[in-house]
Design a protein around this ligand. Structure first.
Ligand SMILES: Cc1cc2nc3c(=O)[nH]c(=O)nc-3n(C[C@H](O)[C@H](O)[C@H](O)COP(=O)(O)O)c2cc1C
Length: 169
């Protein structure tokens, strides 16, 4: 597997913790983690494999730091031939109509820039009304729900990272 850069935006620390867990499930020595607050174009361009993670705030709005990073760094970076996987944190019981929208917002903004998106995830087992993160009949990345228990998140992270090990080679 080639080196992976994980870039996360987190307001209260949830997405940061998930980013660490994802790193532990991959080959840790191959994975570097960046808080998007401090990440630059050269950091992004350094990796062939990129994992992006953001929470959703407001009603279906990207986490603050990630929003800035998306426009000022990611959209300005050369993403050709890179593999990108996206995860998002959200809360389906309080925000069922905009559940983990961050994933879909990031995907929409970067689609067409020459990267291949990997890490689609099935919707089975999630309870929500609507999400911008569904394309076809799957999530276009991995949503993690504040409402889920630790075991469920652990299982979803484990399934997802196994997929990434196959796709990010
Ligand atoms: C004011 C507020 C607005 C939120 N809006 C949404 C939302 O629209 N959709 C969603 O799925 N989660 C929403 N959430 C839940 C957060 O995304 C969730 O708590 C997440 O784990 C926060 O991660 P962070 O600490 O890494 O920023 C909201 C939470 C708060 C407090």
């Amino acid at each position: 597997m080639k080196r992976i850069g994980i870039f996360y935006g987190s307001t209260t620390g949830n997405t940061e913790k998930i980013a660490e867990k994802i790193r532990c499930n991959l080959e840790m020595g191959l994975v570097d983690i960046f808080n998007v607050k401090y990440a630059e174009i050269k950091d992004v361009e350094n990796y062939d494999n990129i994992i992006l993670g953001s929470s959703t705030w407001g009603i279906g709005i990207l986490q603050n730091d990630f929003d800035k990073f998306l426009h000022e760094v990611l959209k300005q970076s050369d993403l050709k031939n890179k593999k990108i996987a996206i995860f998002g944190t959200g809360d389906s019981s309080i925000y069922p109509d905009s559940f983990a929208d961050s994933i879909g917002i990031i995907f929409d903004a970067l689609e067409g820039k020459g990267a291949t998106f990997v890490g689609e995830f099935p919707t089975e087992g999630y309870q929500f009304e609507s999400s911008l993160s569904i394309f076809g009949d799957k999530f276009v990345g991995l949503p993690l729900d504040d409402d889920s228990d630790e075991e469920q998140n652990k299982l979803r992270i484990s399934l997802w990272t196994e997929l990434l090990k196959l796709d990010m080679n």
